[in-house]
Every structure is written in C-alpha cells, then in structure tokens.
Design a binder for this molecule. Structure first.
Ligand code: PLP
Length: 453
C-alpha cells in the first residue's frame, strides 16, 4: 500500500480497527446496529484502499472535502513542519500560520471580505456567520432554503432544509425556510429557467414580507447547493437575492463549505454569478482539504466594523489552530501553483460533463445530469416521464443500494444522497481517472436501469 504497509499487515490492522470501532465508536447520523462501515487503510491522490487492500477511485472526496487529493506531499510536509515548530497556541495570540492563511483566503474571497474568523469546521462557521448577522442587524430571524445542508450543530441543523433537521428542530430556532429554484423538481411547474428565477424571487420576497422585513437578520444559502443535489441557480437568481437583501437591510450569507476552494472550477461558486458578493461567506473542507479540521467565516468590512469598539461575543479555543492553518497555507499555495482550480474547471467541461451527459443518453435511470467543475449529480429515476425518484426523499431503496455496491465492487467510491449519485472527485482528478470512473459508472448504471419502468 502507498503508506508502506504490506497487504497482510494492512488487513490485520484493518480487522482490529473494525472490531474496536464497532465496540467503541458511536457513528454520525446512523442507527448504530444497522451499519457496516468501510475501513480506509490508505489513500493517495484520487484513490483510497479499503480494509481488504482493494484500491478504489474516490469519486466522493471523503464528503466532498479532499479537493487537493489524498496525501498531497506539500500539505503533509507543511503539517509535519508546523508540528515540529509550534503545535498549538491560544487564539488571542498571533501565530504566523493563521496570519498567512487569513491573507491567502481574504485575497481569494469575492469583493472585500477581508477579515477571517476561523472555526474548526463548517457547522461552526455557519453558527458564527448567523451570530455576526444577528448582532450586526439587531434582528433575530434567518431565512434558509429547503433542500440545503448547513451542518449538524444547533443553528446549522435548524437552517438545514433536508430531513436531518426533522428530529433536531425543537421549534425555537427563528429559522424560516423557502423554496429556492430547482427546475427539475419544482412544485410550482414553472416553465423555463427565467420563469423559475421569477417564481423563486417572488416567493422569497413574499416570505420576507409575511415574516416582517425588520425581523430578518440574514438569508443563508449555498451558492450552489451541494448535498441537496447540485442545483445550479438559474441566471439572475442570486443577483435577485442580493437585491432583496439590499432592499430590506438583510445580510446575505453564502455557505461555501462544500462549493468553495476549487470544487466548481473557480475558487468560490459565487464567482459563477457575476457581480454577486455576499456579506458573509462560510468555508471549511477544501480550504485545507480536511487534512486538519478547519473552517471559517469571511466578513465584510461593514460587519467587521460593528465589532471595532464592541466585543464580539464568541470564540473557540482552536480558532486558527496552527496545524490547521499551516495545512491551509500549503493547500491554497499548491492549488494556485499547480493550477488545480483550472484543472477542476477543465475536467468538468471537457470530460465529466460530456461523459455524464453521454451516459444519460443510454441509461433510462438517469433523469437529469447537473453540475460544473468536479461537482456533479445524477438524479436517478424509476420513470423519466414522471420523474419518480429511484429512492424516496429522505430515504434509500434496494435499487440505490445495488448501484452503489456495483460501483464499489468495480473499484469506485461514490457520494450518495437519497436517489442521487454525486460525482465529486478531487479537483486534481486526471482525464484518465475521470474516464475510469465514468466507465465504471456506465456498467453500474445498468443495475439502476433494471429498476426503471
Ligand atoms: N455547510 C455546507 C454547505 C456543507 O456541505 C456542510 C457539510 O457537508 C456543512 C455546512 C457542515 O460542515 P461540517 O460538517 O464541517 O460541520
């Protein structure tokens, strides 16, 4: 294996890890007795190795996270060097890794989002973005989209517009959900993209009016919703949201935890929508490809100035942790030096997009192909005419389980959500690797086709 383990040693270590895991580890989002988690023994580039030593092409990027790929030598070295130099400091002290990471991030975020508050991950970033917006505006409500994911902590899960909110919502969150644009599954039978933009913006403005504009601190949305299905906003929608925020004094929070740092073929997904700048932008994952936990909020000058002479009431022991921010410095630098964002754009436009659309031509189970860069989703259906999903919203199905198993058996690891297969390899994916994944998908989708009517 690439980490130097022999196959026998890797299998022995994996067997012990599995046994201890099942005895002592409590898993996220799971019925503990019903899961059979896969062991990862090693990883390199776009590949991971399971507990048996089988190599799998990682089209999941480990929860859409390792944009720079696995075990990038410059990032591994940066973490090792930082560990040798300075492992931890309290956040009130300056540390050079954090300063440099903040500069590199601020230089890339859109507009003048020049101040960075660091967290340990995406959900905390969302928590602090909402807190900043509430304190800045003196208002309490937050609007968020149905079909969205914003994290597992208290405010973030209440903002989330997917079924994971249902058991966690105790009705005291001051969050109101609205329907963003989603032409393929709109409940309102809009015609084309421009009508869908109009419908979604009219609905949002009505929601604002009925909730009371003076009570609304922020609108939170993913610039391109990720886990919910990679629905690219139609032209004019995000500009319209920006205009509504300006009209009513509402803070625009763009959640780029999944879509940021190259995933869509630009540093941030919002750059696909010219002239739209959020007031707050949340990030995590791709900022350092998850080598050490890190997230944060990029803050506009106006919101930052609110706290020039008033204390910001929030903080974290590990805010801007040296190991995490050293990994961010190395990741962002390598991504820039090695043209990794450009690679994501190119592979998406030239290989993944055309390849997935070609699959849709001969697999009746593909209802729609959506995406950009290395951020794609296949909407699998039982019937193209009725668009009946291959698994129900919030659930799974034997058909989906079989397709995913067929991918894995053939050496491809997928990110799956309900009836969707997400094609989200690392941004470094090569043409050959992308084609290898497409070929496996082609074969696995024949399993899904058998469940179509
Ligand atoms: N926001 C978005 C858009 C996400 O996709 C995620 C995680 O997938 C989060 C927030 C939460 O991030 P974390 O799991 O790091 O808390």
């Amino acid at each position: 294996l690439p980490n130097g383990l022999t196959l026998t040693a890797a299998r022995q270590a994996a067997a012990r890890a599995y046994e201890l895991d099942r005895r002592h580890v409590f898993h996220s989002w799971s019925a503990q007795a019903q899961i059979d988690p896969m062991t990862i023994s090693a990883s390199q580039g776009c590949y991971v190795w399971d507990g048996e030593g089988n190599r799998l092409l990682d089209f999941s990027s480990q929860l859409v996270n390792t944009n720079i790929g696995h075990q990038h030598p410059k990032v591994v070295a940066a973490v090792q060097q930082q560990a040798a130099k300075l492992c931890t400091v309290a956040p009130q002290h300056v540390n050079d890794a954090r300063s440099e990471a903040a500069r590199l991030i601020a230089e890339r975020t859109p507009g003048e989002l020049n101040k960075i508050f660091f967290t340990n991950g995406g959900a905390e970033a969302v928590e602090h973005a909402v807190r900043l917006a509430r304190l800045h505006t003196g208002r309490h409500k937050v609007l968020a989209r149905y079909r969205s994911y914003h994290g597992g902590t208290e405010t973030a899960i209440n903002l989330t517009g997917d079924p994971r909110r249902w058991p966690n919502d105790h009705g005291n969150s001051a969050v109101v959900h609205f329907f963003g644009p989603f032409l393929y599954r709109t409940q309102f039978h809009a015609g084309d993209e421009s009508e869908e933009t109009e419908r979604a913006l009219a609905h949002l403005e009505q929601t604002i009016a009925f909730e009371g504009p003076s009570t609304i601190a922020a609108i939170v949305l993913e610039s391109i919703p990720g886990t919910a299905g990679i629905m690219i906003p139609p032209p004019g929608y995000l500009a319209g949201v920006r205009a509504l925020c300006d009209k009513y004094g509402i803070i625009f929070i763009a959640d780029e935890v999944m879509s940021g740092f190259g995933r869509t073929g630009k540093w941030f997904a919002i750059e696909h929508f010219e002239g739209v700048t959020p007031d707050l932008l949340t990030f995590a994952k791709g900022v350092n490809s998850g080598y050490v936990p890190l997230g944060g909020v990029a803050i506009s000058p106006a919101i930052a100035a609110t706290f020039d002479n008033r204390a910001y009431p929030g903080g974290l022991t590990y805010s801007g942790h040296p190991l995490a921010t050293a990994a961010a410095v190395a990741t962002i630098t390598a991504m820039a030096d090695e043209g990794i964002v450009e690679n994501a754009a190119e592979i998406g436009a030239r290989v993944l997009g055309p390849g997935l659309r070609e699959l849709a031509e001969h697999h009746p189970s593909i209802g729609e192909v959506r995406g950009t860069g290395v951020f794609w989703a296949l909407e699998l259906v039982r019937d193209r005419a009725t668009r009946e999903p291959l698994a129900p919203y919030g659930g799974t199905s034997a058909a989906m389980t079989e397709v995913v198993a067929a991918c894995r058996a053939a050496g491809l690891l997928m990110f799956v959500n309900f009836n969707r297969l997400h094609v989200v390899p690392p941004c470094i994916v090569s043409e050959a690797e992308a084609k290898e994944g497409l070929a496996i998908l082609d074969r696995a989708l024949t399993v899904a086709d058998q469940h179509t009517s």
